[in-house]
Each structure stands twice: as C-alpha cells, then as structure tokens.
Design a protein around this ligand. Structure first.
Ligand code: SF4
Length: 367
C-alpha cells in the first residue's frame, strides 16, 4: 500500500539501523514526544533493535493520558445531568474518573454519545434545542482547529445550547518543563509530527538553542522513527542542537497558518494541569471570554473541582521518561487494560498499554 508499505520496508530499516550503529559512539537518551510514536516503537520492537547505547524514553504526548483526573470528574458530573447530551471521541469513555467512567454514566441513564467530529455535536445541539450539548475537547494542538471551528460555528449560528469542556495542552511548554527539571535525562527529542503539521516548528527553535538539545520533527511509521533517531544521533555526536524536519512529506516550518489563526481567535493560552505532572504555566488553551457561553466549565459551574491522583499510579513519572511502565509495581497485576488504574493504561497510545499489548511486562527492571 503506497504511503504505508514504503515506510515499513524491512531492507531500508536494516540499512538505517546499520547507519545508526555506525554513527553511535556514546550513550544517548532520546525522548519521543508522541504516544503514537511510542506505540509504533514498541509494536515494531524498534527500541530493542537499536544499539545498546541509545535509550528511548516515552514522553507525555498522549492527550488522554495527560488529561487530569479532575477534568474527567468534571465530564462525569456534567454527563450525569438530565438536561445534557454529552459527546466525546470514543477513547475518553473508558478513562476512569475518581469512582466511575463515562460508560458507567451511560449505563446509569446518562445521554453519552460518541461522535467523530465536534461539528457533529453542534448538529446534535441544533437538533435538540431543549438540551445542553457538551463536547469533551481533549487534545494537543492537532485537534485545536476542529474544536475552535465548532465553537466559532456555534457562535456564528447562534447555537446557544452548545459548549465544550476544554482540556487542551501544548507540547513546547511541556518539553521545556521536562528539560528544566533537575531529574531530566532527555538529551534529544523526536517532536510529534502531527502537532507540527498545525503549528510548524518555529516554536521549537528557542528550546533547542536554550537547552542545547537537538529536536527532530518525526513521523509515525517505523522508517520515519528510525530516520528521526538517526538524525538526532548525528546531531548529538556532532555536538549540534538544531531543529530538523524528518517529516517533510507533511510538515512545513510555518505550519498551517489559517488553522493557527482560527485557534487564536477562539482560544487563549492559559496555565494547565497535566495528569501526573502537575500545573505547567502557559501550557494549554482555554476559551476566550467572548465565548463564555460555549465554555462548559462556566455553563455548569464546575471550574473549581479539584481531586488528587491515585497514589499507586506512577504514570506521571513514566510520562517524564524517568521510569518504564514495567517498573510500576501495579503493571500487569492490579493494572491491566481491562482494569486500568491510570490513563497510560487506558489509552491505546499510552506507554503502559503499549508495553502491555506487546508483552513487555516480562522485562527485568533495568531493561
Ligand atoms: S501500569 Fe497502571 S498504575 Fe502503573 S503507571 Fe501505568 S497506568 Fe499507572
């Protein structure tokens, strides 16, 4: 299949691995930002094929995983109301809140519906004027344009019974927060290709310069990831710290300007809490005051809800690249995809579920 098979060619993969082995002379720790990349790495065994000097650690780029527990609880509270139709992408329905998930709310009579676009939720609101229709707007920069469009459209068309529960986070502030930590191990980044499709990579240049880390915008197929690693290792070995683009078939330096303009009209940058990591300044989006009527936190007055994360889950440490999933005492025992304790086991893009799916629970603690 063109555009897929050509990025999974085993002969080219072998040649790239050989080149990575040839250029590697020292140990390096490289973080892939995106959960989709993590999944591809573990599924294809890329981490096991690399020279032993290169360690891949898995970053916080899975939106389901970093959505804080209190945001899930807000969704559950809103979804349980009789006058509400609560809409969401399917991946949020199994994410556990403090004592239930959206599936349980649905089984208890809540009107919870899976949609494939926030614009579908606007249509549901138009068709149900006697109900409040809420869309759970979870994601990184990638999904922000669609969510912005839904609010923009509802505002323009006077659909007053449509709102979104916003849980939008931004990648560059999280990368900076990880690099600023005294525990940081990351020496190079594979940046998330789809985020850069929207935002470009100009924002990454000051990070590479300030922290002296190479950042390579990278795709998701096995050859994309191998090439991203090769480009990163070449920079590390040469003492360079620049932003480079492996994902040239999709990403441009300036990104998608019309999408960025729409996002800026609807959203403003705000502080955001990341599950397991805590609050990172200016690391997310919230709706501009002009769109307060479409802000579910204000419509339902749930903005102040605060809850603590379960103490046994170390997903925050996993998401910072400080531990691997199999180092969590609950991994594969109390915590499985059927009975997840944390969001990194629920989401198919989560590091814990990727390790579980591909039987990485038999590894020793030192890998
Ligand atoms: S295995 Fe489960 S409990 Fe452990 S870090 Fe992953 S999600 Fe949390």
């Amino acid at each position: 299949m063109k555009y897929l098979d050509e990025y999974r060619n085993p002969d080219i993969a072998r040649r790239m691995l050989e080149e990575i082995r040839n250029v590697t002379t020292k140990p390096w720790v490289i973080m892939e930002i995106c959960g989709g990349q993590t999944h591809s790495i573990i599924k294809n065994g890329i981490d096991r094929l690399l020279p032993k000097e290169i360690e891949l650690v898995h970053g916080p780029g899975c939106p389901v995983c970093v959505t804080p527990l209190e945001q899930i609880d807000k969704a559950l509270e809103i979804a349980g109301r009789k006058d509400v139709i609560f809409t969401s992408f399917g991946d949020m329905l199994r994410v556990p809140g403090s004592d239930k998930d959206l599936f349980m709310v649905k089984s208890q009579g809540g009107d919870v519906r899976v949609v494939y676009s926030p614009l579908d939720a606007v249509k549901i609101a138009q068709d149900n004027p006697d109900k409040q229709v809420v869309f759970f707007a979870v994601g990184f920069e990638t999904t922000a344009p669609n969510n912005a469009m839904s609010v923009w459209q509802a505002h323009q068309q006077g659909v007053k019974n449509f709102s979104i529960l916003v849980s939008h986070v931004l990648v560059p502030p999280a990368m900076e927060a990880l690099l600023s930590s005294s525990q940081n191990r990351v020496q190079g980044y594979l940046a998330a290709g789809h985020v850069c499709t929207i935002m470009g990579w100009e924002e990454y240049e000051p990070i590479a310069e300030r922290f002296k880390v190479p950042i390579v915008v990278t795709g998701f197929e096995p050859l994309d990831i191998l090439e991203g690693i090769l480009m990163t290792v070449k920079q590390l070995e040469a003492g360079r710290a620049e932003v480079e683009n492996q994902y040239t078939r999709v990403v441009r330096r300036e990104g998608n300007r019309p999408a960025q303009d729409l996002v800026a009209k609807v959203f403003q940058v705000s502080n955001r809490k990341w599950r397991g990591i805590g609050e990172i300044p200016a690391s997310g989006f919230s709706l501009r005051p002009k769109f307060a009527l479409h802000d579910a936190e204000q419509v339902f007055n749930v903005g102040d809800l605060k809850v603590d994360e379960p103490s046994e889950c170390i997903s925050g440490i996993v998401l910072q690249g400080l531990k691997k999933p199999y180092e969590c005492p609950a991994f594969g025992k109390q915590c499985t995809p059927e009975n997840p304790l944390g969001a990194t086991m629920v989401s198919t893009e989560g590091a814990c579920s990727a390790y579980y799916a591909y039987s990485r629970h038999d590894l020793p603690v030192d890998g």
